[in-house]
Design a protein around this ligand. Sequence first.
Ligand code: SF4
Length: 294
Amino acid sequence: MATTEINLRPADFKGKSNPDWCPGCGDFGVLNAIQRAVAELGFRPHEIMTVSGIGCSSNLPGYINTYGMHTLHGRSLAMATGVKMANHEMNVIVTGGDGDGYGIGGNHFTHTARRNTDLTYIVMNNQIYGLTTGQVSPTSSLGMTTKSTPFGNVEQPINPLTSAIMNGATYVARAYSGDVRHLSELIQKGIQHKGFSIIDCFSPCVTFNLTNTHDFFKERVKKLEDEEHDTSNWERACEKAMVFGDTIYTGVFFESDRAALEDVEPVLKEGGPLSRRELGLAKDEAQKIIDRMM
Ligand code: SF4
């Protein structure tokens, strides 16, 4: 966790490049919330690795001042698992969109949940493929007209929250990117949680999804904190997660203290992070491997 005595500000986590997102894109709120969360938790940039896949939202590691990896489409969770296994003392945040994470990377989403790897996964869910200019995604609503569904979407959308809960994720939350303070609080809790944390965040694509807009969410979102909700009850959590109409719940749906992967992996029990251990190879042999990989 954080080690600094120096109080950094969210602005200290601003990356070298400015976002190239469309004006009004929900992803600005998510970037802002992550920067606020890591500053308030007292982190320094080198204590965090941000990993992403491909898509508008997956450009995020370029806009934040931490270690970062912009990886392959749908493979962010697999890469992040590798990072965590190599250095389990690193705080790993994974960012991306619904197409990247629930479509192309759906397999990794399921297996990361069951492994309960200690990652904080923030999905900017805009219910459409934005970067490729507006095709139907795994979370697009039934009947939604897009470039690739001119007669309306006929496929049932995935519910990422029930899927995460049923597959073993141990911190499952939902947010709306227009409420940066609430989102930032949920991210902070996710980072502090030991195990796989998923924060599905409605982050409107103002250019290609003219159905699920900022106004759409502002009229509907209701915080679970404002009513009695038992986050240890997975059945109640799934019921709340399936409500998607005039009311859409945000907040923490489910939490459990099931052990994280790195706490049960025998190789990691003693000796510190793998990345700081001796390789057990002669120096020239190790250099040959590094040269081959670079
Ligand atoms: Fe955001 Fe949509 Fe523009 Fe992509 S296309 S930057 S998701 S508003």
